[in-house]
Design a protein around this ligand. Sequence first.
Ligand code: ZN
Length: 358
Amino acid sequence: MVDESEMTSSPPVPIFDGHNDVLLRLFRRSGGDPVQAFLDGEEAGQLDFVKAGKGGFAGGLFAIFVPPVRRKNEAQSNLTATDAPAVEIAEAQRVTFAMAALLLRIERASQGRVRICRDAAAIEHCFADKTLAAVLHIEGAEAIDENFDVLNVLHAAGLRSLGPVWSRPNAFGYGVPFRCPASPDIGPGLTDLGKALVAECNRLRILIDLSHLNEKGFWDVAALSSAPLVATHSNAHAISPHSRNLTDKQLAAIRDSGGMVGVNYAASFLRPDGKQDKDTPADLIIQHIQYLLEHLGEDGVGLGSDFDGATIPAELGSAAGLQILVQGMRERQFGNELIEKICFRNWLRVLKRTWEPA
Ligand code: ZN
């Protein structure tokens, strides 16, 4: 048995990641202490502190996501993301605060090994100290009230990134349902309150994530936002014609804004047939990276795993396997400078530009 670290001749390239759902996994976990389970590592799941260390996962956006509430007498099999019912604000706030508290508790219990980062300098310090850098993100703004009181409180608690919608309608807009093959141009865009949310996020310098917006919502944000356009975990529609992926026209708008896309490892957003199949080659991730490089340029592509939120290629498996992507990029003759841009430099630059514009 050869140790993974012995297989690669050079030290692991640190990776900053655009999206994970580990807080959801820990929130739903039954038995034991989820905080300690994250720090000690466990068999289950795709991301924890130990797997992060093995794979060079140096930090990323940690999502708070309020799962759909199952209605009485409704079989789970009937409840697809496409027609997921709206979530009440009180329930959304309960879950949102619980998941935010989980990350705050992880930071405290970690004794300096995990840090919630509120600015770009904090992430750079984490990279230097080998501290895991966590940025608090909300995927779907169901917990946010119309006066933005909760948004301001969450911002003070560390929130630095927000997707107005997940793949369901809410007070702010209409998420893109999961369909393949399908255009992302499904349904109306942002509501008036959604447009006000964009302005408030710009004012607070909170990153606005485009990943779950449908195409009309995407163009609404593009027209209104003063920040670089960012899709934290989405892929190329030209390769995988899934409604969650980005068309060439959307990619051009992201490039022109100085923004970026984090490549998603979910098999259903990688594959041309949109199948949720773990028997999917990890090389498809590199193919999406190459396509996105052609359309966004070297400064516009990063990684956005969707760890603990999706079925990913078994070959990659978990955060512990991340360096196989670095190997894949090397095999395709990507230079060290480009690999570093994709693995972390582009994220650091775009977050800094969003949070601390000149
Ligand atoms: Zn997502």
